[in-house]
Design a protein around this ligand. Structure first.
Ligand SMILES: [Zn+2]
Length: 276
């Protein structure tokens, strides 16, 4: 249970900020109905075929499948591509956009999610850093060059076998393509697109040096702590405050704020305290 005092304090941080930094992990998508891959059981509930094969999330998110058996590699990513295309971002995304408009914030999003949900909710492409890449972009499997292009392919998947019925191909060498996502044990991911995003993010931080940045972190767990470290690093700057929203792992040292709840519940609570 979160006290109204916590929501008030978080609202005060938002109200008095100069800029807004939104940081998000896998928990951000749960309120949109996206599966939670936390733990083997969570992953296998979403993908029963992999349970029969004894493959966990780390095993499925592995570039080796594309090398050995592209229809099987694309089974997992094709299914997720379709899922993310169908998903409607929850109201929390729109609350964040309302605050950006209302308080005239310069803003930036940093996410470890590859699902493209911030773009889908209307956030600007040039104000987003996708640290692990995006499922909506493709690259060559080899790779034969540095090209990264939009994933506009239809990739139907047989859910019983987790095999894709169509494998996207490289536009340049006609070998299989893969999503431009950083996988586990991945030595062929092309970081060029993400590096461009990082440069824009560094510029955002430079421009707000000495300013008051409100960091709202949602659903970023400790198992892959990239996003948490980033929030804490930015939170160490003078004037910056972090609001950490997480149902299980909300801890952060004062003067930052912990909220033990889901992303949507936390954002709605802050919205209620901000009033109209
Ligand atoms: Zn190629």
């Amino acid at each position: 249970m979160i006290s109204s005092d916590q929501f008030e304090r978080a609202a005060e941080i938002v109200r008095t900020a100069d800029a807004l930094l939104i940081t998000a992990g896998a928990g951000m998508g749960v309120d949109s109905g996206l599966p939670d891959f936390r733990g083997d059981q969570g992953f296998w509930n979403a993908y029963p075929m992999y349970k029969r094969l004894g493959i966990d999330f780390i095993g499925a998110a592995n570039p080796a499948h594309f090398e050995r058996d592209p229809t099987f590699g694309w089974g997992f990513y094709g299914h997720r591509t379709n899922l993310y295309r169908q998903t409607v971002p929850h109201r929390g995304f729109h609350l964040l956009q309302e605050w950006i408009d209302r308080f005239d914030f310069d803003s930036f999003v940093v996410t470890s999610n590859v699902d493209g949900q911030f773009q889908k909710a209307g956030f600007r492409e040039d104000q987003i850093l996708e640290v692990h890449g995006s499922i909506h972009h493709l690259q060559c499997l080899s790779p034969c060059g540095h090209a990264i292009w939009d994933n506009d392919e239809q990739i139907p998947v047989d859910f019983d076998t987790m095999r894709a019925e169509h494998v996207p191909m490289c536009r340049h060498c006609n070998h299989p393509a893969r999503p431009n996502i950083l996988m586990f044990g991945d030595y062929s991911w092309l970081p060029d697109r993400t590096h461009g995003q990082e440069m824009r993010f560094d510029l955002f931080l430079d421009q707000h040096q000495g300013g008051r940045i409100a960091v709202i972190e949602m659903g970023a767990g400790t198992s892959i702590p990239t996003i948490r470290y980033l929030s804490e690093r930015v939170g160490g700057r003078n004037g910056t405050r972090v609001i950490r929203i997480n149902p299980r792992e909300a801890h952060i040292a004062s003067p930052h704020i912990s909220m033990s709840c889901g992303a949507l519940e936390g954002l709605e609570g802050i919205a209620a305290s901000l009033g109209d």
